[in-house]
Ligand binder design. Structure first.
Ligand SMILES: [Zn+2]
Length: 377
């Protein structure tokens, strides 16, 4: 049995060891009923279509304004164009986290077309929306923290992100070099992962899905090269150096930002990890609660930028709900967990969750004492 109160790992209240939640019948159906009744009472739709569309318009306006500023500075002032890298990166980050992510979950709108357009923001960002949906919505959400299924734990062996993964000697330094690999995440995704996933048919696609991916790749890759390399080169009169430096800075920032936001909720050492699907909890919500943590939910600016992904618990339990609703239902979810004696992991600040992620990397990369002794002998 675990403590009924909300768990808040911080310096004064260290993260607890993961323990089994209380046996509860109908946990998810009861929680869902309570949340649905609350939204009904408030006259709120779980899909905040108007709010999401408004937010998407603001974010896309930010991107186009930043892009216009970039081209203008590039044309007239050369290296001063680097001043536009932060606003342009920031806008694309918001597009990925606060528009594309909801669209991919069908949580952006009631309209199928609007959801597809929002999900298609991934194509705008230079990658296949179909593959992202497969990897994130189907693999990560349906098999959270399950080794071999959850793609967020895959690093090609360069990192040991899961206790079920093999330990290598170099992993003992992973808490240092992981951050460099994180920065490479988006560039690798754009220039390698999509092609590799297609060539190896990692998702076992049927012919129709393959045609969809081909169409996406034929749009997203040329668009990416056109918008971030070709057009800037033309506008700058062939100033390769500025365009290249701008591109690299922009996508290294994207890489580390996206990785941190998506990894923090599942990889801080407090969450349960499953070596195989058989270890997952049969109740949907109990599994999501055991494998997920919230962070900095009081930071409204952060919530806006990361598309509510700091409310990961609510997002994982109700993935088809618009992220703008998650702060509203959070008190109910916490209270329900308290009543049922189920742990609810929440970090008060972004710094706290980052610190525990660092510690978790270090712990996963450190060989057990017995192994160290055997090596020494
Ligand atoms: Zn998601």
């Amino acid at each position: 049995m675990i403590a009924a109160e909300t768990v808040r790992p911080d310096d004064s209240n260290p993260a607890p060891a993961v323990v089994e939640p209380a046996a509860t019948d109908a946990f998810f159906p009861d929680l869902k009923q309570r949340v649905t009744a609350f939204l009904d009472e408030q006259g709120l739709d779980p899909i905040d279509q108007r709010g999401m569309v408004t937010k998407a318009i603001i974010i896309y306006a930010m991107w186009f304004a930043s892009y216009g500023l970039y081209l203008f500075l590039l044309h007239s002032y050369g290296w001063l164009a680097l001043l536009a890298v932060l606003p342009l990166y920031f806008s694309l980050l918001c597009i990925a986290l606060a528009v594309m992510h909801d669209g991919s979950h069908a949580a952006f709108a009631h309209s199928r077309l609007l959801n597809r357009l929002a999900a298609g923001s991934m194509i705008f960002a230079g990658a296949s929306a179909y593959f992202w949906h497969k990897g994130h919505v189907q693999r990560h959400h349906n098999h959270t923290n399950v080794n071999g299924q959850d793609r967020d734990f895959e690093s090609g062996g360069l990192l040991r992100l899961h206790p079920a993964q093999p330990q290598r000697t170099f992993h003992r330094h992973q808490h240092i070099y992981a951050w460099f690999l994180y920065t490479m995440h988006t560039l690798k995704w754009i220039w390698w992962d999509d092609y590799f996933d297609y060539a190896t048919d990692v998702f076992k696609l049927n012919d129709r899905s393959k045609r969809t991916v081909i169409k996406e790749l034929l749009i997203c890759k040329p668009w990416h090269v056109l918008s971030y390399i070709a057009l800037p080169l033309i506008v700058s009169g062939g100033n390769w150096a500025v365009v290249l430096v701008f591109y690299v800075i922009h996508f290294l920032l994207m890489g580390i930002s996206l990785t941190i936001v998506f990894l923090m909720a599942h990889l801080t050492g407090v969450q349960e990890t499953c070596a195989s699907e058989s270890e997952a909890k049969p109740d949907w919500a109990l599994h999501q609660l055991a494998t997920t943590a919230n962070f900095a939910t009081g930071n409204r600016a952060l919530t806006w930028v990361v598309g509510g992904l700091n409310f990961q618990i609510e997002h994982h339990i109700f993935p088809k709900m618009s992220h703008t609703r998650h702060p509203l239902i959070q008190p109910l979810v916490k209270e329900f967990c308290r009543e049922r004696g189920v742990a609810y992991y929440e970090y008060p600040t972004f710094g706290a969750v980052l610190r525990d992620h660092y510690r978790n990397l270090k712990q996963l990369g450190t060989p057990p004492p017995s192994q160290v002794a055997a090596t020494a002998n």
